[in-house]
Unconditional design. Structure first.
Length: 155
């Protein structure tokens, strides 16, 4: 849940910056997760609201939706991953983006992964650290949203 909270906070910053500086705006948010306790056996699980019409935009390494070349929502999601890396000076990157397109200007995302230099943070098997961030950039092609933020391959 730490990763979900971090991704949501970064998404708010990304949306605020995009809204202030650019007329093309797509709202990107993350679902809130809750913790539930199961009694037999005792186990804690994260739960979220169900999202119908679920789309996968990226995974936690190199895969991106084939629509990345033409779909503004996919381009926005990929630029968000790039921006999280730049905004944190290369400390972390939000990846594994999937969720629902509410409309052509709204994405509601769920269950992100975070690659972080600190291998203890955002544990759970999906934090691939620096190596994961480097893998992202092996296939990432900057798009119009990356250009609007003047994102580069240097943090």
């Amino acid at each position: 849940m730490e990763g979900q909270a971090m991704a949501a906070a970064l998404a708010r910053g990304f949306n605020d910056l995009m809204n202030k500086t650019h007329s093309t705006f797509i709202s990107l948010t993350f679902l809130e997760a809750s913790v539930a306790k199961l009694d037999d056996p005792v186990e804690y699980v994260a739960i979220e609201r169900f999202l119908p019409n679920y789309d996968r935009f990226t995974n936690n390494v190199t895969w991106q939706s084939p629509l990345v070349a033409t779909d503004p929502c996919v381009q926005y999601a990929v630029a968000f991953s790039h921006w999280t890396w730049a905004a944190t000076n290369g400390y972390l990157m939000v990846v594994d983006l999937q969720g629902q397109r509410v409309d052509e200007h709204t994405l509601v995302l769920t269950d992100p992964a975070i690659h972080c230099i600190d291998g203890v943070r955002f544990a759970g098997g999906t934090n691939m650290g620096q190596r994961g961030m480097e893998k992202f950039f092996t296939t990432h092609v900057c798009n119009e949203y990356c250009a609007k933020f003047k994102l580069t391959l240097e943090p």
